[in-house]
Design a protein around this ligand. Structure first.
Ligand SMILES: Nc1ncnc2c1ncn2[C@@H]1O[C@H](COP(=O)(O)OP(=O)(O)O)[C@@H](O)[C@H]1O
Ligand SMILES: [Mg+2]
Length: 286
């Protein structure tokens, strides 16, 4: 099960007849249903969002097949399984998901997708309230119009709507983009907590290599519509591949380089955030 791409290409039409943009070029990729935290990285236009949109059949392949939790998605629209079932299993947090809010109240917005996927009113409400608590959305906000909230609060409400129907796999397209650092940390910590406690697979698109290095266990690098790296993050940032793909080095690794080069440390790259690095520095001075 999980998500599996077999020789998938995707072409977008352009303004010229018979001229296409190749956004995915012969992609082969297997992601397990459980316990993966995959980061999709690469420069703008490399195909990350297009790839992710194939993971819950928002886009159909131009050629090849995508197996989403056992449902086989092919280029032929009418041959495909019920896409609603697929989308219930794989939740998608779009870039700027707050643009999709539209209900009269925050609570109704959080309940919307659950009801759409067949939950009864009461169940949808119970799940919405649970999720709101998890995301620290105050009770008094629930009766307000989502349009009266701050940007960070709107983002949380939009994310709550996805989490409330409990999809098996979560797709996140730059979920913290444009948020203040505190809300961004809160949201990423929550996704990580969900990953750790429920073992749900999470697939994250991010330009923030600090986030990628902190949370992901596997990194897939796209360049010009192709996968050019798929594997371990330590290995990626120890090789020239990250630079060739215009990825910046995580801050924690820059600090490690500095300590090794100028302060006679001999740290390896198996340190994933500043807290862990501090512990090593303290140890060094003991
Ligand atoms: N809706 C669309 N119509 C036409 N071309 C598109 C569309 N979306 C993306 N593209 C093109 O497909 C390529 C990959 O885009 P995208 O998947 O958005 O990359 P990324 O998310 O890595 O920035 C780019 O060349 C982009 O211009
Ligand atoms: Mg994108």
């Amino acid at each position: 099960m999980g998500i599996s791409f077999k020789e998938v290409s995707h072409l977008y039409p352009t303004s010229k007849r018979k001229v296409f943009t190749v956004a995915l070029d012969n992609i082969n990729l297997n992601i397990n249903e459980k316990d993966e935290f995959v980061a999709l990285v690469g420069k703008t236009g490399s195909g990350k969002s297009t790839l992710m949109e194939h993971m819950n059949a928002l886009l159909l392949p131009s050629s090849g097949t995508v197996d989403i939790m056992g449902s086989i998605i092919t280029p032929k629209k009418n041959k495909n399984p019920k896409l609603k079932d697929v989308r219930k299993k794989v939740g998608f947090v779009f870039q700027f998901p707050e643009y999709q809010l539209f209900e009269e109240t925050v609570l109704k917005d959080i309940m919307f997708a659950g009801k759409n996927f067949g939950m009864k009113e009461e169940e949808a409400k119970t799940k919405a309230l649970e999720t709101a608590r998890l995301l620290k959305i105050d009770d008094d906000l629930l009766k307000k119009s989502p349009f009266n909230l701050s940007g960070g609060q709107m983002r949380k409400v939009a994310i709550a709507g996805i989490l409330a129907y409990n999809p098996d796999i979560l797709l996140l397209d730059e979920p913290t983009r444009g948020l203040d650092p505190k809300t961004a940390d809160e949201i990423m910590d929550l996704f990580y907590e969900i990953h750790k406690t429920t073992h749900k697979t999470i697939i994250l698109i991010s330009h923030d290599m600090d986030l990628v290095y902190k949370y992901a266990t596997r990194v897939v690098v796209l360049n010009s519509s192709k996968i050019v790296y798929d594997g371990d993050k330590v290995n990626l940032f120890s090789s020239p591949i990250y630079e060739e793909n215009h990825l910046s080095k995580p801050e924690v690794l820059k600090m490690i380089d500095y300590l090794n080069e100028t302060q006679e440390y001999s740290l390896n790259y198996n340190i994933f955030n500043e807290q862990e690095l501090l512990e090593q520095v303290v140890k060094h001075h003991e």
